[in-house]
Ligand binder design. Structure first.
Ligand SMILES: O=P(O)(O)OC[C@@H](O)[C@@H](O)c1c[nH]c2ccccc12
Length: 256
């Protein structure tokens, strides 16, 4: 794990809070909806595979969107989203495990749990189809990947550079997210995906994360090899509060 002194102060605070959060729940057991199947279905139906994110706010968002998470998720699916991501981090992203539980009950696409997971016990807060594990923040990635699979989750391992991609592959990751946002400085550069993605083997599902805001960005990430895109801010439109279905559709319809 990289030294935390290099991280943006907001990210450091998020990690400290995550470590302290208590979890004394029973082990969850999930019958996961397949992400690769959901992505293939979107492709067959002529939609760009988009994982749309229910993110009420974030350290970089302009404002908070307090709409009901179930309504937001349903609006995203109506706009063609292949899967839904739900923030469960309560203090900096306005999320909750309860929001995810309700969303997963309401939609039939795969649901990703987005949080800062560093210990095995945190995995049991709520059932989800996919779990985000951030390579940079996890000491023993292979151990958490295995712990996630033992519960039935599909692990999505997030990386930001080639070294982290190697770590993810060595840990057995089959679904990798390449985050265009640098967690040290919180700046976004779509060139990150373009430089890291070519090094992923063909049989790995590769997802472009963060900073995708226009149909042109979608096409750019697809040209660079993205099997799917993870989009939050451009769909949530925190400051503007515009129509979430339309915001999703603009991106899912951004074919060549
Ligand atoms: O809002 P954006 O730029 O479309 O980004 C979505 C998603 O990639 C971002 O929320 C994210 C990527 N990795 C994370 C880890 C934790 C919390 C959030 C994230």
């Amino acid at each position: 794990m990289t030294s935390q002194t290099e991280l943006d102060p907001a990210v450091r605070a998020i990690l400290e809070a995550a470590r302290k959060r208590s979890t004394d729940r029973e082990r969850v057991s999930v019958d996961a909806r397949s992400l690769p199947d959901a992505l293939a279905r979107a492709e067959r139906e002529g939609r760009v595979p988009v994982i749309a994110e229910v993110k009420p706010t974030s350290p970089t968002a302009e404002g908070t969107r307090a709409d009901d998470p179930v309504e937001l998720a349903e609006a995203m699916v109506a706009g063609g989203a292949a899967a839904i991501s739900v923030l469960t981090e309560p203090e900096h992203f306005g999320g909750s495990p309860e929001a995810l539980r309700r969303v997963r009950k309401a939609v039939d696409v795969p649901v990703l749990r987005k949080d800062f997971l560093v210990r095995e016990a945190q995995l049991d807060a709520v059932a989800a189809d996919l779990l985000l594990l951030i390579a940079r923040f996890v000491d023993d990635l292979e151990e958490l990947v295995t712990a996630a699979r033992e519960r039935g989750f599909q692990p999505l391992v997030e990386v930001h550079d080639r070294d982290e991609l190697e770590t993810a592959l060595e840990a057995g990751a089959e679904i990798v997210g390449i985050n265009n946002r640098d967690l040290a400085r919180l700046e976004v550069d779509l060139g990150t995906f373009e430089s890291v993605a070519p090094h992923a083997p063909d049989d790995v599902t590769v997802i472009a994360e963060s900073g995708v805001s226009s149909p042109e960005d979608v096409r750019r990430m697809r040209r660079a090899g993205a099997d799917a895109l993870l989009v939050g801010s451009a769909i949530m439109d925190h400051g503007g509060g515009s129509d979430v279905t339309e915001n999703t559709r603009r991106l899912t319809e951004a074919t060549q």
